[in-house]
Design a protein around this ligand. Structure first.
Ligand code: GUN
Length: 276
């Protein structure tokens, strides 16, 4: 995807006079967020997207962040704005998400973009969130059939669980959404043809919780309590032998999410340039 996008973007200066510009705002110094933001900048460099990272201190008042967003909204040479989540306590995430101009919201978190997805509007002027979009691409790329299959999603977050459930439903899967208070979870996960895990607990899903042939998408970015290293929500060692397909952590959903962010940024740019 990155190579294809790099080729596409290389034709933009001649056609549109410039390349897309993504601005990422990082408030505070959360370790995970710093890694995400660094990887986003690297991917932009590979694809040829102009990128700016704005770092603000952890104690930044909400008003200062909102003022920065207003400035970027008004800048005609900024095509995408992403505020890295989570934000420090004094700042309201919904307020910040709503403040980003809908047409520059490359995360697809703005209420208008969320509404468009739930209403299934076939329109390129809306953005689909990166991680859910990438999960569907991974399944398609691995030729995992979705239509008519049982998909189980563990996690109900606004960023992953809810939107990926909707996208799977749109592809005619039968979707069950589970969460931390689901009873008899393993009985439900054992029925899954497709299992998406986004619960944020290290190695939570084990081999005995899945059936033979399942396709597993691990969205976890956890710290392994034994080794202190990055690990997923799925215990890869016990689940992988039973799975027909499985994403590793690191190296699975993370890079795909970033590739989709690049794609969303290019889409916003092209809509603005009147290309679609
Ligand atoms: N933090 C974790 N995932 C995401 C994401 O997809 N977008 C933003 N903005 N912050 C995140």
């Amino acid at each position: 995807m990155k190579a294809e996008m790099a080729e596409q973007v290389s034709s933009f200066p001649a056609k549109y006079g410039r390349v897309p510009h993504l601005v990422v705002i990082l408030v505070g110094d959360d370790l995970g967020s710093q890694t995400y933001v660094r990887n986003k900048a690297k991917a932009c460099d590979v694809v040829g997207i102009k990128n700016t990272t704005i770092r603000m201190p952890a104690e930044t008042p909400q008003a200062a962040l909102l003022a920065k967003i207003a400035e970027l909204n008004a800048d005609p040479e900024v095509d995408g704005i992403l505020v890295q989540l989570p934000l420090p306590r004094q700042i309201s995430e919904p307020k910040v998400i709503e403040a980003i101009a809908q047409e520059k919201d490359v995360d697809g978190f703005h209420p208008l973009n969320t509404a468009a997805m739930w209403q299934k509007r076939p329109n390129s002027s809306y953005t689909i969130p990166c991680t859910p979009k990438g999960i569907i691409k991974l399944l398609d790329e691995a030729k995992v059939p979705i239509e008519g299959k049982k998909a189980v999603v563990i996690g109900r977050s606004q960023i992953v669980g809810l939107p990926v459930s909707k996208l799977l439903l749109d592809r005619n899967a039968t979707v069950t959404i589970c969460h931390s208070r689901t009873k008899d979870l393993a009985e439900i996960t054992r029925q899954a043809d497709i299992l998406v895990v986004a619960i944020g607990r290290p190695k939570f899903v084990t081999g005995d919780m899945v059936k033979e042939g399942v396709a597993v998408i691990d969205v976890g970015m956890d710290k392994d309590p034994d080794t202190g290293k990055l690990c997923g929500d799925v215990d890869f060692a016990s689940v992988e032998p039973k799975a027909s397909a499985i994403t590793p952590v690191p190296g699975g959903v993370g890079p795909m999410t970033i590739a989709c962010l690049m794609e969303n940024t290019i889409e916003r740019f092209l809509v603005k340039m009147g290309a679609e």
